[in-house]
Ligand binder design. Structure first.
Ligand code: GLY
Length: 353
């Protein structure tokens, strides 16, 4: 078992990583969850496999439990589904001293976390992420949100969970496409902060290698993210380094209607496109792009798209990472060393070509 403390003053919480932890969650929370009721928010993919296991673990400790299940998919991360979740929470009679647990991938954590942040002006919640992407990224750091018709994650908040319980065993049922989705994000962490992890990835060859090292990968990525979040909870400075590859990646995801490329695939394409340029500008150590590209290709992740830079710039114009006439881009000095560069948006064409 690995434990990481996220030090955020009164909002401090632990991330626990352990194979089989899903069955033990009831026992783990009984010392600090004193309410009677727990609502599990989950989706139609995850509920049939893991919903009952979590429910039984909670009931064994005497909690009254209700599972709230919504249709799996990003298209559910909206205000209509949120309203249905609120109704079910009300019908269940959840009070402010009770608890919400989100059980699922990024959509569930974001939607369920936003419900927790806003229902009755805030109910405690715990994240139990089931996809690699959620286990190393979205379940940590308190970003919760739903999408609006005008864009992704546009109605949201920073609302820290009381704990995050990560069970690497759950990755065995994750479709390969989503294992790679999360792995691309793990590569991103290694690029910005952990050259040794990058070298470990270079020595791996198969999906089995990812699964076999998943506890260590999750621990190292969450440790990096935890440190960054401790220093910049509200995403005003250093936390932006987590967006390496994301500005272009989001544009790629959006251009193709969010159904051609996964988030991780977009990030992989974005990391290559920006690094290729900064390497040519002599900002990034030579050879960096090639090493990232080789790694992504080894795990069948795309590294380029035929999307013109002017189309990318148009989409980035609407990005919430833009601030007034400026935009912060993330680049690498070398592997393991990501840095921020604030530029005038009018100069974006120098970096995204
Ligand atoms: N996923 C980036 C962040 O949490 O800041």
């Amino acid at each position: 078992m690995q434990k990481i403390k996220i030090n955020l003053g009164p909002k401090t919480y632990d991330i626990e990583i352990e194979a089989g932890i899903l069955e033990k969650i009831g026992g783990k929370i009984k010392d600090f969850v004193h309410g009677e009721k727990i609502a599990i928010i989950t989706d139609t993919n995850v509920d049939p496999i893991y919903g009952e296991i979590l429910e039984n673990s909670l009931k064994k400790e005497g909690y009254i439990v209700q599972r709230i299940v919504f249709k799996a998919g990003e298209q559910s991360k909206n205000l209509q589904v949120l309203e249905k979740v609120y109704s079910e929470l009300s019908d269940f009679g959840l009070t402010r001293s009770d608890l919400i647990i989100t059980l699922g991938g990024g959509v569930t954590g974001d939607l369920g976390g936003f419900a927790a942040a806003t229902f009755l002006r805030g109910v405690d919640f715990i994240q139990v992420p089931t996809s690699l992407l959620a286990q190393i990224d979205s379940s940590v750091g308190g970003k919760v949100a739903v999408d609006l018709p005008s864009g992704k994650n546009l109605a949201g908040n920073f609302y820290q969970p009381k704990a995050v319980y990560i069970d690497p065993k759950l990755l065995k049922t994750l479709p390969k496409k989503y294992l790679h989705d999360g792995f691309a994000e793990a590569i991103k962490y290694s690029c910005i902060r952990d050259i040794e992890l990058f070298e470990k990835f270079e020595s791996m060859n198969t999906d089995e290698d990812i699964i076999n090292s998943s506890e260590e990968i999750i621990f190292r990525c969450c440790s990096i993210k935890g440190k960054i979040v401790e220093g910049d909870e509200f995403d005003k400075g250093e936390r932006m380094v987590l967006n390496f590859g994301h500005t272009i990646g989001h544009a790629v995801e959006k251009y193709y209607g969010f159904n051609k490329y996964t988030h991780g695939e977009g990030v992989g394409i974005g990391m290559i496109r920006i690094t290729d340029t900064t390497e040519k500008l002599n900002i990034t150590e030579k050879g960096t792009t090639e090493r990232i590209k080789n790694l992504l290709e080894k795990f069948n992740l795309p590294t380029s798209v035929t999307l013109k830079s002017c189309e990318i710039h148009e989409i980035i114009k609407m990005d919430k990472k833009k601030s007034g006439s400026k935009i912060t881009i993330v680049l690498l000095k070398k592997l393991g060393q990501g840095e921020l560069l604030k530029i005038d948006f009018k100069n974006i064409g120098e970096y995204i070509i």
